[in-house]
Ligand binder design. Structure first.
Ligand code: NAI
Length: 253
């Protein structure tokens, strides 16, 4: 049921931990994948690995908060891979500050990468999906988009927006056959966590050790998030839309 044979998928932040695992999982489920990332070389490496495994993939270097870059990538995917059936809006950044420590430009940057990018991708991909009779969009929120977290004001604001804009998109575009859901991970073993440790001036090993304080007793692996995203993207989740799926080892409970 978790089958994406014949579908074309866009993965933003496709060179990162969760994005690359999901790009590979999409390909393993039969999709051809556009791997989109600010880091073009790393995106190319992910696409090359998919092709080496017998799949079809295209690497695109783009800043997904930039409207011209988004229109160009949406056009390119249609020309080179055919329509767009699945959109995984996953690119994201975190800045670990309170309101008083945060400067306005950093607030704007976090909101641009984490929120504006999803608006822009949806603005240009929804008409493509609607013309084809439907599609599936998955947006990466966060456990902190549902419950908040410390010293991450702009991130928490942005991820709360992701969860609620997902519901708004689901309401607006359900009649066009488009399902829209958010995946909300807890701590996942990617480059983001050591980056947070550095921002907080903490030892990365100590920071990671704190991430296991949850019922399942460990942090998540990117492949475990990817598996949930493949399900949401596929027809196996055909009656699921507007949902905020949590995959966090029980950390929210
Ligand atoms: P990561 O840092 O490994 O991947 C993020 C990717 O996004 C990077 O490859 C980066 O180059 C790309 N990116 C950043 N700005 C971009 C832009 N303007 N345009 C295009 N690409 C851009 O981090 P990870 O963990 O894989 O994060 C993926 C998503 O998961 C993010 O939205 C993050 O907020 C979310 N998340 C991660 C959690 C974790 O514990 N790792 C927990 C909850 C949510």
């Amino acid at each position: 049921m978790n089958d994406l044979t014949g579908k074309t998928a866009i993965v933003t932040g496709g060179a990162g931990g969760i994005g690359s695992a999901t790009a590979r999982a999409f390909a393993a489920a039969g999709a051809q994948v556009a791997v989109v990332d600010l880091d073009g070389e790393a995106a190319q490496a992910v696409a090359d690995a998919i092709v080496a495994d017998g799949g079809r993939a295209l690497a695109i270097e783009a800043d997904v908060s930039d409207e011209a870059a988004v229109t160009a990538l949406v056009d390119r995917v249609q020309v080179e891979l055919g329509g767009i059936d699945v959109l995984f809006n996953n690119a994201g950044i975190i800045r670990r500050t309170t309101a008083t420590e945060l400067d306005a430009d950093t607030w704007d940057l976090v909101m641009a990468v984490n929120v504006r990018s999803i608006f822009l991708l949806c603005k240009y991909v929804v008409p493509v999906m609607a013309a084809a009779g439907g599609g599936s969009i998955v947006n990466t929120g966060s456990g902190w988009g549902l419950k908040g977290g410390g010293r991450a004001l702009s991130y928490c604001a942005s991820k709360g927006a992701v969860v609620n804009m997902t519901r708004a998109l689901a309401i607006d575009h359900g009649p066009q056959g488009i399902r829209v859901n958010s995946i909300n991970p807890g701590d996942v073993d990617t480059g983001m966590l050591p980056d947070e440790a550095r921002q907080l001036g903490q030892d990365p090993a100590e920071f990671l050790a704190e991430s296991v304080d949850r019922p399942l007793g460990r942090m998540g692996q990117p492949e475990e998030i990817a598996a949930a995203v493949v399900w949401l993207a596929s027809d196996a989740a055909s009656y699921v839309t507007g949902a905020a799926l949590v995959a966090d080892g029980g950390g929210i409970a």
